[in-house]
Design a protein around this ligand. Structure first.
Ligand code: CTP
Length: 396
Protein backbone atom coordinates (compact mmCIF):
# COMPACT_ATOMS: atom_id res chain seq x y z
CA UNK A 1 0.00 0.00 0.00
CA UNK A 2 3.11 2.19 0.20
CA UNK A 3 2.69 5.39 -1.78
CA UNK A 4 -0.91 4.66 -2.75
CA UNK A 5 -3.29 7.60 -2.80
CA UNK A 6 -6.63 6.95 -1.16
CA UNK A 7 -9.72 9.13 -0.89
CA UNK A 8 -11.80 8.08 2.05
CA UNK A 9 -15.43 9.14 1.79
CA UNK A 10 -17.31 9.06 5.10
CA UNK A 11 -21.09 9.22 5.22
CA UNK A 12 -23.50 9.55 8.12
CA UNK A 13 -23.57 6.28 10.02
CA UNK A 14 -22.61 5.45 13.58
CA UNK A 15 -19.81 3.22 12.20
CA UNK A 16 -17.99 6.45 11.27
CA UNK A 17 -16.56 6.54 14.79
CA UNK A 18 -14.24 3.67 13.79
CA UNK A 19 -12.73 5.54 10.84
CA UNK A 20 -9.83 7.27 12.65
CA UNK A 21 -8.46 3.77 13.36
CA UNK A 22 -8.79 2.84 9.68
CA UNK A 23 -6.98 6.05 8.72
CA UNK A 24 -4.20 5.35 11.18
CA UNK A 25 -3.65 1.84 9.79
CA UNK A 26 -3.70 3.06 6.18
CA UNK A 27 -1.13 5.72 7.01
CA UNK A 28 1.00 3.19 8.88
CA UNK A 29 1.03 1.05 5.75
CA UNK A 30 2.40 4.01 3.80
CA UNK A 31 -0.75 5.24 2.03
CA UNK A 32 -1.62 8.92 1.62
CA UNK A 33 -5.20 9.60 2.67
CA UNK A 34 -7.51 12.51 1.91
CA UNK A 35 -10.93 12.69 3.49
CA UNK A 36 -14.26 13.80 2.10
CA UNK A 37 -17.29 13.72 4.38
CA UNK A 38 -21.00 14.25 4.00
CA UNK A 39 -22.28 17.02 6.29
CA UNK A 40 -24.08 14.46 8.49
CA UNK A 41 -20.92 12.36 8.94
CA UNK A 42 -19.41 15.22 10.95
CA UNK A 43 -21.93 14.42 13.72
CA UNK A 44 -20.39 10.95 14.11
CA UNK A 45 -16.65 11.62 13.80
CA UNK A 46 -14.61 14.75 14.32
CA UNK A 47 -13.14 16.36 11.15
CA UNK A 48 -10.44 17.86 13.38
CA UNK A 49 -9.23 14.39 14.40
CA UNK A 50 -9.20 13.26 10.79
CA UNK A 51 -7.40 16.32 9.43
CA UNK A 52 -4.80 16.02 12.19
CA UNK A 53 -4.21 12.36 11.34
CA UNK A 54 -4.10 12.77 7.55
CA UNK A 55 -2.34 16.19 7.54
CA UNK A 56 -4.85 17.29 4.91
CA UNK A 57 -7.96 19.42 5.35
CA UNK A 58 -11.14 17.40 5.61
CA UNK A 59 -13.47 18.42 2.79
CA UNK A 60 -17.20 18.64 3.44
CA UNK A 61 -18.64 21.47 1.36
CA UNK A 62 -18.48 21.87 -2.41
CA UNK A 63 -17.74 25.53 -1.87
CA UNK A 64 -17.31 28.00 0.92
CA UNK A 65 -17.12 31.81 0.57
CA UNK A 66 -13.76 31.90 -1.16
CA UNK A 67 -12.84 28.36 -2.06
CA UNK A 68 -14.21 25.72 -4.32
CA UNK A 69 -13.29 22.08 -3.74
CA UNK A 70 -12.10 20.69 -7.03
CA UNK A 71 -13.87 17.34 -6.96
CA UNK A 72 -12.65 16.40 -10.44
CA UNK A 73 -9.01 16.87 -9.44
CA UNK A 74 -9.61 14.82 -6.27
CA UNK A 75 -11.23 12.02 -8.24
CA UNK A 76 -8.25 11.96 -10.59
CA UNK A 77 -5.66 12.16 -7.81
CA UNK A 78 -6.60 8.89 -6.10
CA UNK A 79 -5.63 5.28 -6.82
CA UNK A 80 -8.68 4.14 -4.85
CA UNK A 81 -11.76 5.75 -3.37
CA UNK A 82 -13.22 4.00 -0.34
CA UNK A 83 -16.65 4.96 0.93
CA UNK A 84 -16.79 3.78 4.53
CA UNK A 85 -19.21 3.77 6.14
CA UNK A 86 -21.59 3.98 3.20
CA UNK A 87 -25.03 4.78 4.60
CA UNK A 88 -28.26 3.63 3.00
CA UNK A 89 -28.91 7.22 1.90
CA UNK A 90 -25.47 7.72 0.32
CA UNK A 91 -25.68 4.35 -1.45
CA UNK A 92 -29.09 5.30 -2.89
CA UNK A 93 -27.70 8.60 -4.17
CA UNK A 94 -24.56 6.95 -5.61
CA UNK A 95 -26.69 4.36 -7.40
CA UNK A 96 -28.87 7.03 -8.94
CA UNK A 97 -26.35 9.69 -9.83
CA UNK A 98 -27.56 12.26 -7.31
CA UNK A 99 -24.95 14.90 -6.58
CA UNK A 100 -26.06 17.03 -3.65
CA UNK A 101 -22.84 17.01 -1.63
CA UNK A 102 -19.08 16.96 -2.16
CA UNK A 103 -18.66 13.25 -1.41
CA UNK A 104 -21.13 12.40 -4.18
CA UNK A 105 -19.49 14.86 -6.58
CA UNK A 106 -16.11 13.19 -5.98
CA UNK A 107 -17.68 9.72 -6.37
CA UNK A 108 -19.30 10.68 -9.67
CA UNK A 109 -16.06 12.12 -11.02
CA UNK A 110 -13.70 9.44 -9.64
CA UNK A 111 -11.50 8.00 -12.36
CA UNK A 112 -10.19 5.36 -9.95
CA UNK A 113 -11.83 2.14 -8.66
CA UNK A 114 -14.34 2.64 -5.86
CA UNK A 115 -14.79 0.36 -2.84
CA UNK A 116 -17.97 0.61 -0.79
CA UNK A 117 -18.35 -0.58 2.83
CA UNK A 118 -22.05 -0.37 3.71
CA UNK A 119 -23.25 0.16 7.28
CA UNK A 120 -26.85 0.31 8.48
CA UNK A 121 -29.47 -1.50 10.51
CA UNK A 122 -30.58 -4.92 9.38
CA UNK A 123 -34.06 -3.93 8.22
CA UNK A 124 -32.58 -1.27 5.94
CA UNK A 125 -29.90 -3.73 4.77
CA UNK A 126 -32.59 -6.27 3.83
CA UNK A 127 -34.84 -3.74 2.08
CA UNK A 128 -35.16 -4.58 -1.64
CA UNK A 129 -34.45 -0.97 -2.64
CA UNK A 130 -31.06 -1.07 -0.86
CA UNK A 131 -30.23 -4.44 -2.39
CA UNK A 132 -31.19 -3.12 -5.85
CA UNK A 133 -28.98 -0.09 -5.29
CA UNK A 134 -26.03 -2.33 -4.36
CA UNK A 135 -26.58 -4.32 -7.56
CA UNK A 136 -26.47 -1.03 -9.47
CA UNK A 137 -23.16 -0.13 -7.80
CA UNK A 138 -21.77 -3.54 -8.72
CA UNK A 139 -22.89 -2.98 -12.31
CA UNK A 140 -20.80 0.25 -12.27
CA UNK A 141 -17.83 -2.03 -11.35
CA UNK A 142 -17.72 -0.64 -7.79
CA UNK A 143 -16.32 -3.12 -5.28
CA UNK A 144 -19.18 -3.64 -2.85
CA UNK A 145 -18.13 -5.23 0.44
CA UNK A 146 -20.38 -7.35 2.60
CA UNK A 147 -21.65 -6.36 6.01
CA UNK A 148 -21.07 -8.38 9.16
CA UNK A 149 -23.50 -10.07 11.48
CA UNK A 150 -23.51 -8.69 15.00
CA UNK A 151 -24.82 -6.05 17.36
CA UNK A 152 -26.31 -3.02 15.62
CA UNK A 153 -26.82 0.57 16.75
CA UNK A 154 -30.53 -0.20 17.26
CA UNK A 155 -29.59 -2.83 19.84
CA UNK A 156 -30.79 -5.58 17.53
CA UNK A 157 -28.53 -8.37 16.34
CA UNK A 158 -28.26 -8.96 12.62
CA UNK A 159 -26.51 -8.10 9.35
CA UNK A 160 -25.67 -4.51 8.49
CA UNK A 161 -22.58 -3.86 10.62
CA UNK A 162 -19.72 -2.35 8.67
CA UNK A 163 -16.82 -4.78 8.18
CA UNK A 164 -14.41 -4.69 11.09
CA UNK A 165 -11.48 -2.35 10.42
CA UNK A 166 -8.94 -5.22 10.21
CA UNK A 167 -11.07 -6.88 7.53
CA UNK A 168 -11.40 -3.60 5.65
CA UNK A 169 -7.62 -3.34 5.69
CA UNK A 170 -7.37 -6.92 4.33
CA UNK A 171 -9.74 -6.00 1.49
CA UNK A 172 -7.76 -2.85 0.67
CA UNK A 173 -4.46 -4.74 0.89
CA UNK A 174 -5.67 -7.44 -1.44
CA UNK A 175 -7.00 -4.80 -3.86
CA UNK A 176 -3.52 -3.31 -4.19
CA UNK A 177 -1.51 -6.49 -3.92
CA UNK A 178 -3.04 -9.05 -6.21
CA UNK A 179 -2.84 -9.26 -9.93
CA UNK A 180 -6.39 -10.65 -10.30
CA UNK A 181 -4.99 -13.56 -12.30
CA UNK A 182 -8.20 -15.56 -11.86
CA UNK A 183 -10.62 -12.85 -12.97
CA UNK A 184 -13.52 -14.41 -14.91
CA UNK A 185 -12.87 -17.85 -13.35
CA UNK A 186 -15.25 -19.65 -11.03
CA UNK A 187 -14.17 -21.94 -8.21
CA UNK A 188 -15.91 -24.44 -5.99
CA UNK A 189 -14.21 -25.06 -2.63
CA UNK A 190 -15.30 -27.52 0.06
CA UNK A 191 -14.11 -26.96 3.61
CA UNK A 192 -14.64 -28.09 7.17
CA UNK A 193 -15.99 -31.33 8.59
CA UNK A 194 -19.29 -33.08 7.92
CA UNK A 195 -21.63 -34.28 10.66
CA UNK A 196 -23.63 -37.47 10.20
CA UNK A 197 -26.68 -37.58 12.42
CA UNK A 198 -27.44 -40.58 14.64
CA UNK A 199 -30.50 -39.13 16.34
CA UNK A 200 -31.75 -35.60 17.10
CA UNK A 201 -28.97 -34.99 19.63
CA UNK A 202 -25.97 -37.01 18.40
CA UNK A 203 -23.78 -37.14 15.35
CA UNK A 204 -20.52 -38.60 14.02
CA UNK A 205 -18.09 -35.83 13.12
CA UNK A 206 -14.39 -35.02 12.91
CA UNK A 207 -11.95 -32.36 14.11
CA UNK A 208 -11.60 -30.41 10.87
CA UNK A 209 -11.83 -26.64 11.49
CA UNK A 210 -12.21 -25.57 7.86
CA UNK A 211 -9.26 -23.15 8.24
CA UNK A 212 -7.30 -24.52 5.29
CA UNK A 213 -10.26 -24.52 2.88
CA UNK A 214 -11.44 -21.06 3.94
CA UNK A 215 -7.91 -19.71 3.45
CA UNK A 216 -7.82 -21.22 -0.06
CA UNK A 217 -11.23 -19.69 -0.85
CA UNK A 218 -9.98 -16.27 0.29
CA UNK A 219 -6.76 -16.40 -1.74
CA UNK A 220 -8.68 -17.51 -4.85
CA UNK A 221 -11.13 -14.65 -4.25
CA UNK A 222 -8.27 -12.16 -3.86
CA UNK A 223 -7.12 -13.23 -7.32
CA UNK A 224 -10.49 -12.13 -8.71
CA UNK A 225 -12.02 -15.61 -8.82
CA UNK A 226 -15.75 -15.98 -8.07
CA UNK A 227 -15.78 -18.58 -5.30
CA UNK A 228 -18.57 -20.81 -4.05
CA UNK A 229 -17.56 -22.13 -0.63
CA UNK A 230 -19.41 -25.26 0.47
CA UNK A 231 -18.77 -25.17 4.18
CA UNK A 232 -19.40 -27.95 6.67
CA UNK A 233 -20.37 -27.23 10.29
CA UNK A 234 -17.68 -24.98 11.78
CA UNK A 235 -17.91 -21.73 13.73
CA UNK A 236 -15.51 -20.14 11.23
CA UNK A 237 -16.89 -17.97 8.44
CA UNK A 238 -15.49 -15.65 5.84
CA UNK A 239 -16.62 -12.34 4.42
CA UNK A 240 -15.36 -11.49 0.96
CA UNK A 241 -17.13 -9.88 -1.97
CA UNK A 242 -16.05 -12.72 -4.26
CA UNK A 243 -17.10 -15.57 -1.94
CA UNK A 244 -20.60 -16.98 -1.67
CA UNK A 245 -20.98 -19.55 1.12
CA UNK A 246 -23.37 -22.50 1.17
CA UNK A 247 -23.53 -23.98 4.68
CA UNK A 248 -24.06 -27.74 4.78
CA UNK A 249 -23.97 -30.38 7.50
CA UNK A 250 -23.79 -33.89 6.08
CA UNK A 251 -21.71 -35.55 3.37
CA UNK A 252 -24.87 -35.97 1.29
CA UNK A 253 -25.69 -32.23 1.52
CA UNK A 254 -22.10 -31.38 0.55
CA UNK A 255 -22.32 -33.75 -2.41
CA UNK A 256 -25.65 -32.23 -3.52
CA UNK A 257 -24.25 -28.69 -3.41
CA UNK A 258 -21.13 -29.73 -5.36
CA UNK A 259 -23.09 -31.62 -8.00
CA UNK A 260 -25.41 -28.64 -8.52
CA UNK A 261 -22.56 -26.22 -9.15
CA UNK A 262 -19.67 -28.27 -10.59
CA UNK A 263 -20.55 -27.86 -14.28
CA UNK A 264 -20.28 -24.06 -14.06
CA UNK A 265 -16.92 -24.33 -12.25
CA UNK A 266 -13.40 -23.87 -13.67
CA UNK A 267 -11.56 -24.86 -10.49
CA UNK A 268 -12.70 -27.28 -7.77
CA UNK A 269 -10.74 -27.67 -4.54
CA UNK A 270 -11.99 -30.46 -2.28
CA UNK A 271 -10.43 -29.64 1.06
CA UNK A 272 -13.31 -30.78 3.30
CA UNK A 273 -12.88 -33.70 5.67
CA UNK A 274 -15.91 -35.59 4.43
CA UNK A 275 -17.26 -38.51 6.46
CA UNK A 276 -16.56 -41.78 4.65
CA UNK A 277 -19.45 -43.53 6.44
CA UNK A 278 -22.87 -42.48 7.66
CA UNK A 279 -25.42 -44.30 9.86
CA UNK A 280 -27.76 -46.55 7.88
CA UNK A 281 -30.69 -45.30 9.91
CA UNK A 282 -31.19 -42.03 11.74
CA UNK A 283 -33.49 -42.29 14.73
CA UNK A 284 -36.29 -39.69 14.88
CA UNK A 285 -36.22 -39.77 18.66
CA UNK A 286 -33.28 -39.75 21.09
CA UNK A 287 -31.74 -43.23 21.35
CA UNK A 288 -32.13 -44.51 24.94
CA UNK A 289 -29.37 -46.45 26.64
CA UNK A 290 -29.89 -50.03 27.79
CA UNK A 291 -27.76 -52.66 29.51
CA UNK A 292 -26.14 -54.28 26.49
CA UNK A 293 -23.58 -53.01 23.98
CA UNK A 294 -24.67 -50.64 21.27
CA UNK A 295 -23.71 -51.12 17.64
CA UNK A 296 -24.10 -48.51 14.92
CA UNK A 297 -24.39 -49.78 11.37
CA UNK A 298 -22.79 -47.51 8.82
CA UNK A 299 -22.98 -47.28 5.05
CA UNK A 300 -20.49 -45.66 2.72
CA UNK A 301 -21.00 -42.06 1.63
CA UNK A 302 -20.30 -40.99 -1.93
CA UNK A 303 -16.73 -39.83 -2.47
CA UNK A 304 -17.38 -36.30 -3.75
CA UNK A 305 -13.88 -35.80 -5.20
CA UNK A 306 -14.06 -39.13 -7.03
CA UNK A 307 -17.56 -38.36 -8.30
CA UNK A 308 -16.42 -35.01 -9.71
CA UNK A 309 -13.36 -36.75 -11.19
CA UNK A 310 -15.62 -38.98 -13.29
CA UNK A 311 -17.50 -36.04 -14.85
CA UNK A 312 -14.79 -33.42 -15.08
CA UNK A 313 -13.86 -32.01 -18.48
CA UNK A 314 -10.30 -31.34 -19.64
CA UNK A 315 -10.73 -27.61 -19.05
CA UNK A 316 -11.67 -28.05 -15.39
CA UNK A 317 -8.96 -28.18 -12.70
CA UNK A 318 -9.73 -30.58 -9.84
CA UNK A 319 -7.65 -30.55 -6.64
CA UNK A 320 -7.96 -33.08 -3.83
CA UNK A 321 -6.35 -33.50 -0.43
CA UNK A 322 -4.89 -36.53 1.31
CA UNK A 323 -4.41 -36.70 5.04
CA UNK A 324 -2.17 -39.65 5.86
CA UNK A 325 -0.03 -40.97 8.67
CA UNK A 326 1.71 -43.88 6.96
CA UNK A 327 2.87 -44.67 3.42
CA UNK A 328 1.97 -41.06 2.68
CA UNK A 329 3.34 -40.79 -0.85
CA UNK A 330 1.91 -44.14 -1.99
CA UNK A 331 -1.57 -43.28 -0.71
CA UNK A 332 -1.44 -39.76 -2.12
CA UNK A 333 -0.49 -41.04 -5.57
CA UNK A 334 -3.23 -43.70 -5.35
CA UNK A 335 -5.82 -40.98 -4.59
CA UNK A 336 -4.47 -38.81 -7.43
CA UNK A 337 -5.00 -41.62 -9.90
CA UNK A 338 -8.19 -43.22 -8.56
CA UNK A 339 -10.02 -39.90 -8.13
CA UNK A 340 -8.84 -38.46 -11.49
CA UNK A 341 -7.62 -35.26 -9.83
CA UNK A 342 -5.13 -32.87 -11.45
CA UNK A 343 -3.25 -32.57 -8.19
CA UNK A 344 -3.35 -33.95 -4.65
CA UNK A 345 -2.21 -31.90 -1.67
CA UNK A 346 -0.71 -34.23 0.92
CA UNK A 347 -0.70 -33.41 4.63
CA UNK A 348 1.19 -35.85 6.72
CA UNK A 349 0.02 -36.31 10.29
CA UNK A 350 3.61 -37.26 11.11
CA UNK A 351 4.78 -33.71 10.46
CA UNK A 352 4.79 -31.62 13.61
CA UNK A 353 2.44 -28.62 13.26
CA UNK A 354 0.48 -30.07 10.33
CA UNK A 355 -3.13 -31.22 10.20
CA UNK A 356 -6.53 -30.29 11.63
CA UNK A 357 -5.97 -28.45 14.87
CA UNK A 358 -3.04 -26.25 13.86
CA UNK A 359 -2.71 -22.80 12.33
CA UNK A 360 0.22 -24.15 10.36
CA UNK A 361 0.52 -26.88 7.75
CA UNK A 362 3.21 -28.71 5.80
CA UNK A 363 2.26 -29.98 2.39
CA UNK A 364 3.53 -31.80 -0.65
CA UNK A 365 1.71 -31.36 -3.97
CA UNK A 366 1.62 -34.28 -6.42
CA UNK A 367 0.51 -33.43 -9.94
CA UNK A 368 -0.89 -35.69 -12.64
CA UNK A 369 2.19 -35.02 -14.81
CA UNK A 370 4.43 -36.62 -12.15
CA UNK A 371 5.70 -33.38 -10.56
CA UNK A 372 6.20 -33.50 -6.80
CA UNK A 373 6.66 -30.22 -4.88
CA UNK A 374 7.63 -30.16 -1.20
CA UNK A 375 6.93 -27.11 0.93
CA UNK A 376 8.16 -25.95 4.34
CA UNK A 377 5.94 -25.76 7.43
CA UNK A 378 3.98 -22.50 7.05
CA UNK A 379 0.99 -20.58 8.32
CA UNK A 380 -2.19 -21.90 6.63
CA UNK A 381 -2.71 -18.58 4.79
CA UNK A 382 0.78 -18.93 3.27
CA UNK A 383 0.11 -22.59 2.44
CA UNK A 384 -3.10 -21.49 0.70
CA UNK A 385 -1.03 -19.05 -1.40
CA UNK A 386 1.28 -21.91 -2.48
CA UNK A 387 -1.71 -24.05 -3.44
CA UNK A 388 -3.32 -21.20 -5.40
CA UNK A 389 -0.01 -20.55 -7.24
CA UNK A 390 -0.10 -24.21 -8.36
CA UNK A 391 -3.75 -23.87 -9.38
CA UNK A 392 -2.95 -20.77 -11.45
CA UNK A 393 -0.21 -22.72 -13.29
CA UNK A 394 -2.63 -25.61 -13.89
CA UNK A 395 -5.23 -23.18 -15.29
CA UNK A 396 -2.84 -21.77 -17.90
N1 CTP B 1 -13.32 -36.80 -0.16
C1 CTP B 1 -14.52 -36.49 -0.69
N2 CTP B 1 -15.63 -37.21 -0.36
C2 CTP B 1 -15.54 -38.22 0.54
C3 CTP B 1 -14.29 -38.55 1.10
C4 CTP B 1 -13.19 -37.81 0.73
O1 CTP B 1 -14.61 -35.57 -1.50
N3 CTP B 1 -16.64 -38.89 0.86
C5 CTP B 1 -12.15 -36.05 -0.61
C6 CTP B 1 -11.55 -35.14 0.44
O2 CTP B 1 -12.16 -33.85 0.43
C7 CTP B 1 -10.09 -35.08 0.02
C8 CTP B 1 -9.86 -36.45 -0.61
O3 CTP B 1 -11.14 -36.96 -0.94
O4 CTP B 1 -9.87 -34.12 -0.99
C9 CTP B 1 -9.15 -37.45 0.25
O5 CTP B 1 -9.75 -37.56 1.50
P1 CTP B 1 -9.14 -38.52 2.62
O6 CTP B 1 -10.06 -38.49 3.79
O7 CTP B 1 -7.68 -38.23 2.80
O8 CTP B 1 -9.18 -39.91 1.91
P2 CTP B 1 -10.28 -40.94 1.59
O9 CTP B 1 -10.47 -40.95 0.12
O10 CTP B 1 -11.50 -40.68 2.41
O11 CTP B 1 -9.58 -42.29 1.99
P3 CTP B 1 -9.03 -42.79 3.43
O12 CTP B 1 -9.93 -42.14 4.47
O13 CTP B 1 -9.16 -44.24 3.33
O14 CTP B 1 -7.61 -42.33 3.51
Amino acid sequence: MKGKKIILGISGSIAAYKIPMLVRLLLKKGAEVKIVMTPSAASFVSPLVLSTLTKHPVLIELSSNETWANHVALGRWADLMIIAPASCNTIAKMANGICDNLLLAVYLSAACPVMVAPAMDEDMWNHPSLQQNLLKLKSYQNIVLNTEHGELASGLIGFGRMLEIEKLITEIDSFFNTKQRLKNKKALVTAGPTYENLDPVRYIGNYSSGKMGIAIAEILANEGCEVLLVLGPTPLTTVHTNIKTINVRSAQQMLNACMTHFTETDIAVMSAAVADYTPITVSDSKIKKNDGEFTIQLKKTTDILKQLGTIKTSSQVLIGFALENNNEKTYALKKLQEKNADAIVLNSLNDEGAGFAHDTNKITIFEKNGTETNYELKNKKEVAKDIVEKIIKLCL
